[in-house]
Design a protein around this ligand. Structure first.
Ligand SMILES: [Zn+2]
Length: 305
């Protein structure tokens, strides 16, 4: 699942290609992935007519801004109308040049989506350029809104502060309120938005904190260390274009490079780069967790919590 660095990379690569462009037409292959925030955002927008839905998906509008909070993106017009995009497990946003002949004179391979491409919504920006929302497993979706305030009231305002801007005080306050393991608390998007399994494991290793340590036992000093390491790791991951494990690519179709810099994630059983002991794995909050018993103190991996 794309986490903050991957979604930020998509935001940047998308912005570079679509900012200021007008949406000439919208195609919807799966209207049931589109939700309307002014209807509460709870179910697919079944009541709206196709023309209304296309309007809500910015048909005829210009792209003014692309913003991000945690793992979610929003494409906004200059007036604040917009579409919030959650990529879920397998979603992607890809800019493609359709029907444009390649060097050999034939249309390039991405000229038209087939059913197997799982392109649920396509924005035609004119001049042969399109943005495709693909999501084979359909855990993601699109949420349309008329005003930016709706996005904050019904979705983003319910999340914790973004991982790049959360303050030590905010993090400490959130952690001190929960009796969960530190790993579980940091995965909670209501506490801090943007972290998933990769970056929580990397963060805990970098700060030498044990994933099973009680979140409420984290001190103010440790919260400060967590915030500094979070910004550093997320920043480096963004510079590297995110982590590609299976199929993540940015809006230009490029894979990320940060996976080669992972210290613990996906390295269970391999030697710790700090102390040489084999890295241990366990399951916390339903997620495979990798940590070093030698370097990360405060609990044991085989605990109950
Ligand atoms: Zn170690």
């Amino acid at each position: 699942m794309p986490e903050l660095p991957e979604v930020e990379t998509v935001r940047r690569t998308l912005e570079a290609r679509v900012l200021g462009r007008r949406v000439a037409a919208v195609r919807m292959a799966r209207p049931d992935v589109v939700y309307e925030l002014d209807e509460g955002g709870r179910g697919p927008a079944r009541r709206a007519t196709t023309a209304k839905r296309k309007q809500a998906l910015l048909e005829g509008q210009r792209v003014g801004r692309i913003t991000r909070h945690g793992k979610q993106l929003a494409i906004l017009t200059p007036d604040g109308q917009g579409v919030c995009i959650h990529l879920g497990m397998s979603g992607s946003l890809c800019v493609v040049e359709t029907g444009k002949p390649g060097n050999d004179g034939k249309p390039n391979q991405t000229s038209q989506p087939s059913k197997a491409d799982h392109v649920h919504v396509a924005w035609d920006l004119g001049g042969g350029r399109e943005v495709w929302f693909r999501d084979p497993r359909r855990f993601g979706g699109l949420w349309t809104f008329n005003q930016e305030a709706q996005l904050h009231e019904t979705r983003w305002g319910r999340l914790g502060p973004d991982g790049l801007v959360i303050t030590p005080k905010q993090l400490h306050a959130g952690l001190s309120r929960t009796q969960r393991a530190l790993k579980a608390a940091l995965l909670d998007q209501h506490l801090v938005a943007g972290l998933g399994n990769i970056y929580v494991d990397e963060l805990l290793y970098a700060t030498k904190l044990h994933p099973r340590k009680l979140a409420s036992e984290i001190t103010k000093v440790e919260s400060g260390r967590l915030v500094r390491a979070m910004r550093r790791i997320l920043g480096r991951a963004i510079e590297a274009g995110g982590s590609t494990l299976r199929d993540y690519v940015d809006a230009a179709g490029q894979a990320g490079g940060f996976q080669t810099q992972h210290r613990v994630y996906g390295r269970g059983g391999e030697p710790c780069r700090g102390c040489g002991k084999p890295l241990g794995t366990t399951v916390i909050a339903g997620r495979t967790t990798t940590a070093c018993e030698g370097c990360q103190l405060g609990a044991t991996l085989t605990g109950e919590r």
